[in-house]
Design a protein around this ligand. Structure first.
Ligand code: FAD
Length: 576
């Protein structure tokens, strides 16, 4: 159905970043743009639209996820774990939990300092966050006063963002805890102000009780109708290829090889201006290495002709480790209600009729970004603090009205409260490399998030769990929080038991970044320059989460949207 194979820009990956870039470039009617996405269209998928049904997207054989497993994780008792990545138009934004969290001002100021480009600083990036955001009323139209600060938000951007649209009874207890323990758990009116520290109401990429993804926003019908925008789904890119003619010393990439049956029938699309790689923190380094861009020695050994020797490709993989923790709750008003099919049918009918009811928001309803208490901060006398600065959490608590997303559900009925604990600024670094035994471009790469490989991350999670216990010890929870689940109860008996529990239960928080990191123009490390153009090449730009040299301390979709908005401006400036 494609009109041809020659475009001005070919964008690889229709995820968070790719769809932003596609939209912004096709604002210029003279630019012909092709987006190639491996997954299916997002249209008509109920679980993708109804926020509380997002968990159903994570089934073992989900058609909306890549079939990725990690390598055995030494820090997690050698377990290989699933590694969830969206494979659908919208990418991660089509399957994620919809938390809208920008990270701290320190996170972006660090990007600016590390890359040498002040354009990546918080002040310079705030307009791009705003360009992406369209603040809307929550589904239940409750009074939002005191739950966010409007001065940090935009009401006219692209992705709908709103507060929880259904009020669960436990919400008031969270806020009461911040009043009882303000020193340790201060209330933060808006964790998206640049200063993340404290406990705040969650902001979600949800509008009208429905997920707002990069596909439903940036590729909405009014944009899909642009005659200069073409989106090809169910199509996987294998490699980017250099120009066939021209004998310049610097390779010029202007072709993209792809397939629909993942075996043969490879097609090639040509980009007369730029190839833009937006395949995410796993897909991007995978395509680069398949194309001969990466560590020369390693690629040569695999029989792949090295085109650009860039050892940083796939390295510096940074991911936040997460431990889910659950307690029995003395309540009948939790997410466990959805396990009852009759109740679920009633709630779904309500959602269908009016986009209201308990299905309008996902499981976590409050976030806390916190720094270590004084007694734990002495660790920084002997090692550098991996967090970006004082506005940045060392750890995060995700307080949820039901069993943790990744906690095995105990046998029998019950109602739960969970606090997922996250090491927000990890010190471990992993890698994405080619699978040496099956190096076909259509096979999964080796994904090593290096969970807990640096002992600091284990330390941070220990503190986080102890703080979660303290949080739930407030009077506010009296009579509501019952005993912890068995494994957590056992973990709280000794330091060794806590450590063993963390290693047994730790998983990735699904916020990978850093595998094609930006660095100063002539640096001997990094993959792209601060303008996101590939080092040692022309014609190829990377715009996605992989360019962030550190993981943002919050959640990664909002930062990726902002990176993509700026990235699109950088492309436009080149071709103005
Ligand atoms: C289960 C889950 C829960 C999450 N929860 C949250 C959350 O609540 N809040 C938050 O802020 N962040 C969350 N995230 C993370 C967030 O969604 C990502 O950080 C963000 O989507 C990254 O954007 P990206 O453009 O870099 O990559 P992606 O959004 O992953 O987009 C990459 C796209 O490229 C496609 N692609 C990859 N390789 C190829 C190829 N070879 N050929 C063609 N197409 C290809 C993929 O299918 C995908 O659509 C979550 C992620 C997951 C998976």
């Amino acid at each position: 159905q494609l009109p041809g194979l020659n475009y001005d820009f070919v964008i690889i990956g229709g995820g968070a970043a790719g769809n932003v870039v596609a939209n912004r470039l096709t604002e210029n009617p003279n630019f012909q743009v092709l987006v190639i996405e491996a997954g299916p269209s997002n249209e008509g998928i109920l679980e993708e639209q109804v926020p509380a049904l997002a968990l159903n997207l994570y089934a073992e054989d989900s058609p909306y996820l890549w079939p990725y497993m990690t390598t055995p994780q030494v820090g997690a008792n050698n377990a290989s774990q699933r590694f969830l990545r969206g494979r659908i138009l919208g990418g991660g934004t089509g399957v994620n939990e919809m938390f809208y969290s920008r990270g701290s001002s320190d996170d972006f100021d660090r990007y600016a300092n590390v890359s040498g480009d002040q354009g990546w600083s918080w002040d310079a990036m705030l307009p791009y966050f705003l360009k992406n955001e369209k603040w809307v009323a929550p589904a239940d139209h409750h009074n939002e006063t005191g739950q966010f600060d409007p001065k940090f938000h935009n009401f006219t951007g692209m992705n709908s963002v709103s507060l929880a649209g259904y009020q669960w009874p436990m919400f008031s207890r969270v806020i009461q805890t911040t009043q009882e323990m303000p020193d340790e758990f201060p209330f933060n009116l808006d964790y998206n102000s640049g200063n993340t520290i404290g406990v705040g109401w969650v902001q979600y990429t949800i509008g009208n009780g429905t997920r707002s993804s990069s596909a439903s926003s940036y590729l909405g019908p009014q944009f899909m109708n642009r005659t200069n925008l073409h989106v090809l789904v169910n199509t996987q890119v294998s490699r980017v290829l250099p120009a066939t003619s021209g004998k310049g010393k610097t390779p010029h990439f202007n072709r993209v090889e792809f397939s629909q049956d993942l075996k043969s029938a490879l097609f090639v699309a040509t980009a007369s201006k730029e190839v833009i790689l937006s395949a995410g923190a796993i897909g991007t380094p995978h395509i680069l290495m398949n194309s001969g861009i990466g560590d020369k020695k390693t690629l040569t050994k695999l029989g792949i002709k090295s085109l650009i020797d860039l050892p940083s490709v796939g390295q510096n993989f940074t991911e936040q480790p997460l431990v889910p923790n659950s307690w029995f709750a003395n309540s009948t008003d939790t997410y466990e209600n959805f396990n009852n099919e009759t109740q679920l049918d009633i709630d779904l009918a309500m959602w269908n009729q009016s986009r209201t009811g308990p299905l309008v928001s996902p499981i976590g309803q409050h976030l806390a970004f916190l720094r270590f208490p004084k007694e734990n901060s002495s660790i920084f006398e002997t090692r550098e603090d991996p967090s970006a600065g004082p506005n940045t959490g060392h750890y995060e608590l995700e307080i949820a009205n039901g069993i943790g997303l990744l906690t095995p559900i105990p046998a029998g009925d019950g109602h739960f409260i969970s606090v997922q604990t996250v090491c927000a600024a990890p010190a471990s670094r992993g890698s994405v490399t080619l699978n040496t035994t099956h190096p076909s471009p259509f096979n999964s790469p080796l994904i090593d998030p290096a969970l807990l490989m640096d002992s600091y991350d284990l330390f941070a999670l220990k503190v986080a769990i102890q703080q979660a216990v303290k949080f739930l010890s407030a009077d506010a929870w009296q009579g509501y929080v019952l005993e912890p689940l068995d494994d957590l109860a056992q973990a709280l008996t000794s330091d060794e038991a806590l450590e063993a529990y963390i290693r047994q239960t730790v998983v990735a928080n699904e916020h990978p970044v850093g595998t094609a990191a930006m660095s100063p123009k002539n640096a001997d490390w990094g993959v792209v320059d601060p303008d996101l153009l590939m080092k040692k090449a022309t014609g190829l730009r990377i715009i996605d989460a992989s360019i962030m040299p550190y993981v943002p301390s919050g959640h990664s979709q909002a930062p990726t949207y902002a990176v993509a908005e700026r990235g699109a401006d950088l492309v436009k400036a080149t071709w103005a």
